[in-house]
Design a protein around this ligand. Structure first.
Ligand code: UGA
Length: 443
């Protein structure tokens, strides 16, 4: 099948690469000429495990094409995916101007029937809006060419996106048109072999499914974080509680790891957007508002523990903290809404010096937060420890899971660890002579 994909960010590029891998001919469009130039040479501008190899292979075999010209991509394809950014403000309102601009351009340039697929996460009702904009542009040209707008939300996790695309739990296709549903079934057949994996529904239900899924997952995280905070106060251990409740198959073990709150480009924005959509329609989404509130507070739990620890010693001013992990989670270089940023801001504002290390996110961190006073970003996991007064672990990278405790003790000024991801066991840390603070577990 010939497919055009507009936007070569995480979602667009992963979709393009995986569709090409299944023998489709893919035309990727991006407004950024530097990105297009790099991709033509097979150089991938984002960090996503496994992606570069697939892009390179399909480039070489001629199934992946890159252009800045939407008209060129459109000419070749019957199906056009819109996977451009939808930046959202802190109030949850999303900027749909990129999606709308692409819709208008499609209306201006299409010459044959198209199925336009919304892949970006967009508020409920956006497919209808895209339909209106394309129709308006066709009207201006005095053309009547058939088109349909389908909602096909993505459920990729950063760091595991290729795997999620290749082996999806489900593929949601939102359309009222039987022909469009059939075309997408054909396109997705290699990924969703069993037909129950491909679920067809109305466009608004498909758009809502995306928000409901992310809000449900965010709710699980805020729930366990709240339970962890109560555990600490009543003398319970949240890891035991997690095992105890997760064994109930109705609850399950996944997404109930307590920590420093969820971050990233999806949960925080989608939670706020659904609250905003509900409000727009006159409904107060109380539970989802609380999920957001609990998460905002959770991002400060680790820094509060550190401040409380040093309070009796005259505060954190002049103290040096080694910090492992800046990315919002492991296996990504993404620091959007990362909890580490809040931890860093809280502590540096009080005069603490932070030496931070991340296996992949250092470069991004230097660009985004490198200006923060008292913060130094270093490229060596071991070097940040040298002469620091304590270690704080903020991201759950595998390489932080099993440190050499003797080395840790030798390098730090004091055997003191604040663990925002519960990577270590309190008893073992105690035995090894560390003062150890984690989330929802007593030292
Ligand atoms: C999330 C969803 O998991 C994907 O299904 C969805 O497609 C994607 O958003 C999206 O809407 O595009 P992602 O943001 O990449 O994916 O990351 P997650 O692995 O879901 O983690 C989100 C945050 O929750 C991270 O900060 C992570 O550390 C935190 N988390 C996750 C916890 O604190 N506890 C958990 O048990 C799980």
């Amino acid at each position: 099948m010939n497919v055009c994909i507009v936007g070569t960010g995480y979602v667009g590029l992963v979709s393009a690469a995986c569709f090409a891998e299944m023998g489709n001919n893919i035309f990727c469009v991006d407004v950024n000429p530097n990105v297009v130039e790099k991709l033509r040479k097979g150089e991938v501008h984002i960090f996503e495990p496994g992606l570069a190899a697939i892009v390179k292979r399909n480039n070489e075999q001629g199934r992946l094409h890159f252009t800045t010209d939407l008209g060129e991509g459109l000419n070749e394809a019957d199906v056009v995916f819109v996977a451009v950014g939808t930046p959202c403000g802190s109030d949850g309102t999303c900027d749909l101007s990129f999606v709308e601009a692409v819709a208008r351009e499609i209306g201006q340039k299409m010459t044959t029937p198209k199925i336009v697929v919304d892949k970006s996460t967009v508020p409920v009702g956006t497919a209808d809006r895209v339909r209106t904009l394309i129709a308006e542009e066709l009207d201006k040209r005095g053309e009547s060419i058939d088109f349909d707008v389908v909602s096909n939300p993505e459920f990729l996790k950063e760091g595991d996106a290729v795997n999620d695309f290749m082996k999806p739990d489900r593929v949601i296709v939102g359309t009222e048109n039987e022909q469009s549903a059939q075309t997408l079934k054909t396109l997705y057949a290699p990924f969703a072999r069993s037909r129950e994996k491909l679920i067809v529904m109305g466009t608004r239900s498909a758009e809502m499914t995306k928000y409901a899924a992310n809000c449900m997952l965010a709710t699980k995280i805020s729930f366990i974080n709240e339970v962890a905070n109560i555990c600490e106060r009543v003398g319970a251990n949240v890891s035991d509680v997690r095992a105890g409740i997760g064994s109930d198959s109705r609850i399950g073990y996944s997404f109930i790891y307590p920590g420093v709150g969820y971050g990233g480009s999806c949960f925080p924005k989608d939670v706020k957007a659904l609250i905003g959509t509900a409000q727009e329609y006159g409904y107060d989404a109380k539970l989802i508002r609380s999920v957001d509130e609990v998460n905002n507070a959770q991002k400060h739990v680790l820094s509060t523990k550190i401040l409380d620890y040093y309070e009796p010693q005259g505060g954190v001013e002049g103290k040096v903290l080694a910090l492992w992990g800046i990315a919002f989670k492991a296996n990504t270089d993404d620091i959007r809404e990362a909890s580490a940023i809040e931890v860093i801001k809280d502590l540096t504002a009080k005069g603490m010096k932070i030496r931070a290390f991340d296996p992949e996110a250092n470069e991004r961190a230097r660009e985004e937060i490198g200006h923060i006073e008292n913060l130094e970003i270093m490229d060596d996991q071991d070097a940040v420890l040298e002469g620091a007064d304590a270690l704080a672990v903020v991201t759950d990278w595998n390489q932080f899971r099993n440190p050499d405790l003797d080395n840790l003790k030798a390098k730090l000024n004091a055997p003191l660890v604040f663990d925002g991801r519960n990577l270590y066991q309190p008893e073992e840390m105690g035995k090894a002579g560390f003062a150890y603070f984690s989330i929802g577990r007593l030292p």
